[in-house]
Design a protein around this ligand. Structure first.
Ligand SMILES: [Zn+2]
Length: 107
């Protein structure tokens, strides 16, 4: 049975909640990707700072297609992508089902 969910975003109230909003555009999620970009950039060893892939800036394409563009400078890039997308899904579902709003910093 599928729960009866509202059509609007339970986090920000946006009327149109499609996949782009859910995983990229919602202000809380956009802040999460910004924070994740900064965190992952900080983990890249100095010898890779001259790489074309540096710094790490997670955009909509990276959310959809994965972190493969950083495969040479970011160990476990595929696992990190999967975990990050999962956390976005989990946080959104918790808000929708339980009314708990987790901040971008906490995600
Ligand atoms: Zn939203």
């Amino acid at each position: 049975m599928v729960p009866d969910l509202p059509d609007c975003c339970p986090v920000c109230g946006e009327d149109k909640e499609d996949l782009a909003h859910y995983f990229v555009e919602c202000p809380r999620v956009a802040r999460f990707w910004l924070l994740a970009s900064r965190f992952l950039t900080a983990t890249v060893p100095a010898e890779y700072h001259t790489s074309d892939a540096f710094p790490i800036t997670i955009d909509a394409s990276a959310v959809v297609h994965g972190f493969d563009r950083w495969r040479k400078i970011l160990p476990n890039h595929a696992a990190l992508h999967g975990l990050a997308v999962w956390e976005v899904y989990r946080a959104h579902a918790e808000t929708a089902l339980d009314g708990r709003t987790i901040t971008a910093d906490a995600i």
